[in-house]
Design a protein around this ligand. Structure first.
Ligand SMILES: *Cc1c(COP(=O)(O)O)cnc(C)c1O
Length: 418
C-alpha cells in the first residue's frame, strides 16, 4: 500500500554533520550554537533579538509573563487555534476570552474583536474593564494560522486605539509576510515553533522575537531559572561565583544539539517554503478541477502564505447535507477512509471552546463561536512536504474523488447521503 504521511521534515546529511560537531565539542547544553541560531532567525525575520526556548509553548509563556499578563486580566485569543495558544494564557494566571475567526482565512475576525470590546467592557481611567468580572483587558494574542498572517495591521490599529498590548502566536508562520514585511516585523513580540509539523524543525523548540532589549534580557534570565550575573562576579570576571536569582524562573533552555539542527535547517528555509508553495498551488488547481466539494485555502492579496499546512474546508452544501454537524460526520468518515488506504490527513486544528477544560470552566456552547466550530468540523489538512511528488498529490486528490463518489453511491455512508 502506498503510504502518504501528513508531513515529514526535510533533512539531509547537513543536520547529521552539524549534530556530530556539537557532540564532538563536548558542550551540548545551551551555548554558542544556540546564540548563533537566535541571531540567524532574528536576522531572517528582521528583528533585533531572538530568545530560543524548548518550544513555542514555553516561548509564549515566557513572553506573556514578561509582558505583564497576570491574574485579574483578560486576554483575547482566536477560538480556532492549537490549544497551546490559550493554555499559556491560563498558565500565566490570566483569563482567556475567545474571539471567533473568519472561515476564509481561519484567522481572528477583527470585527469580532471590536464587537466584544464594545459589548463587554467599559472604560475606566484609560483601561478597559470587563463589566461582569472586573478584569482588566490586557490585550490580544492573535495567531497567524497555518502560515497565513492574520490582519495584524488592523489588529495593531485596534490595539493603539484602545491601548492594548499584543503578543503574536507565529508558531506556524516563520517566513510569512504581508507585502515585504515579515511576520516578526509588525512591532510586536512574536513566538515561533520548531516542532516537526512546522516549516523547519529542531525536534522540539521555539523562539521569542522582539525588538525590546530589556524584554529580551528579562526573558533570557527567566528561561534560565531567573539567574543574572551578580555584580561581584562581573567585577571578578571569573566563573566561580554562582549567579544571583532575583526571580523564580524556569528551565526553558534549548540545547546546542537542537540549535545545530536549526542552523542547518534555516539554510533550507527559502527552498522549503517555495517547494511547499508550489505544491499548494498544484493542490489548488487539482481541487478546482476535480473536487467541487472542497474549498481551497484563501489568500488575501499581498499576503505571502507559507503553508505550514494546506488546509481546506468541506463544502457540506455542495454535498447536499443540511448542517455543519452532518458535514462534520461526513468529513470524519472521509478522513477515516483515507487513513485506511494509507493517506494521512488531519482536521485543521481545534475549536478551543469545545475542548473539555474550556467548555467546563467557562461554559462555552458550540454555537457561541460558530465559525470556529465550523472550521473544527469541516477543515481538512492534506499531506504536504518537500519530498512529495506531483504523482503523490494527484493520487491524494484522486482517492478523495473516489471515496466521495463511493459515499454518494451509498456503498460507504449509507443511502442518506446522495
Ligand atoms: C504548533 C503550535 C503551537 C505550539 O508549538 P510547540 O512548539 O509545539 O509548543 C502553538 N500555537 C500554534 C498556533 C501552533 O500551531
Amino acid at each position: 500500500m502506498k503510504k502518504i504521511p501528513v508531513t515529514i521534515p526535510y533533512f539531509t546529511e547537513d543536520e547529521e554533520n552539524a549534530v556530530k560537531k556539537v557532540l564532538q565539542s563536548g558542550w551540548v547544553a545551551q551555548g554558542p550554537v544556540v546564540a548563533e541560531f537566535e541571531d540567524a532567525i532574528a536576522n531572517y525575520e528582521g528583528v533585533k533579538y531572538g530568545v530560543a526556548t524548548t518550544s513555542c509553548t514555553t516561548s509564549l509563556h515566557l513572553a506573556m509573563v514578561t509582558s505583564g499578563i497576570e491574574r485579574g486580566m483578560d486576554v483575547f485569543a482566536p477560538a480556532f487555534t492549537f490549544v497551546a495558544t490559550v493554555n499559556t494564557i491560563v498558565e500565566s494566571g490570566a483569563t482567556p476570552v475567545l474571539i471567533d475567526v473568519s472561515q476564509n482565512t481561519y484567522n481572528i475576525d477583527t470585527n469580532k474583536i471590536i464587537e466584544k470590546i464594545r459589548s463587554n467592557y467599559k472604560e475606566k481611567q484609560g483601561k478597559l474593564i470587563n463589566k461582569e468580572t472586573g478584569n482588566v483587558l490586557w490585550g490580544i494574542v492573535p495567531v497567524h494560522q497555518f502560515g497565513l498572517c492574520c490582519d495584524i495591521l488592523e489588529i495593531n490599529h485596534i490595539a493603539k486605539e484602545y491601548d492594548l498590548k499584543i503578543i503574536e502566536d507565529a508558531a506556524c508562520a516563520l517566513g510569512a509576510r504581508i507585502g515585504k514585511v515579515h511576520e516578526g516585523g509588525f512591532g510586536n513580540t512574536s513566538c515561533i515553533s520548531f516542532h516537526p509539523r512546522k516549516s523547519i524543525t529542531t525536534g522540539e523548540g521555539g523562539m521569542v522575537l522582539t525588538n525590546d532589549e530589556s524584554l529580551a534580557k528579562k526573558m533570557r534570565e527567566l528561561r534560565s531559572h531567573g539567574s543574572s550575573v551578580s555584580a561581584d562576579a562581573r567585577h571578578a570576571g571569573k566563573g566561580f561565583l554562582l549567579p544571583e536569582f532575583n526571580d523564580a524562573g524556569y528551565n526553558y533552555r534549548m540545547t546546542d544539539i537542537q540549535a545545530a539542527v536549526g542552523l542547518a535547517q534555516i539554510k533550507k528555509l527559502d527552498y522549503i517554503l517555495e517547494a511547499k508553495r508550489k505544491r499548494s498551488k498544484l493542490y489548488d488547481s487539482l481541487i478546482k478541477e476535480n473536487l467541487p466539494e472542497l474549498i481551497t485555502p484563501y489568500v488575501p492579496e499581498n499576503y505571502y502564505h507559507t503553508y505550514q499546512s494546506y488546509v481546506c474546508m468541506l463544502d457540506y452544501k455542495v454535498l447536499g447535507l443540511n448542517s455543519v454537524d452532518e458535514g462534520g460526520e461526513y468529513r470524519n468518515i472521509l478522513l477515516s477512509e483515507l487513513e485506511d488506504i494509507g493517506i494521512a490527513t488531519r482536521q485543521g486544528t481545534h475549536a478551543v471552546h469545545t475542548l473539555g477544560y474550556y467548555k467546563n470552566r467557562f461554559g462555552y456552547k458550540p454555537d457561541e463561536l460558530p465559525n470556529a466550530y465550523a472550521c473544527d468540523r469541516l477543515s481538512i489538512t492534506l499531506p504536504l512536504y518537500v519530498q512529495m511528488t506531483d504523482e503523490d498529490q494527484e493520487y491524494v486528490v484522486k482517492m478523495i474523488r473516489n471515496i466521495i463518489d463511493k459515499m454518494r453511491q451509498g456503498s460507504i455512508y449509507g443511502d442518506n447521503c446522495k
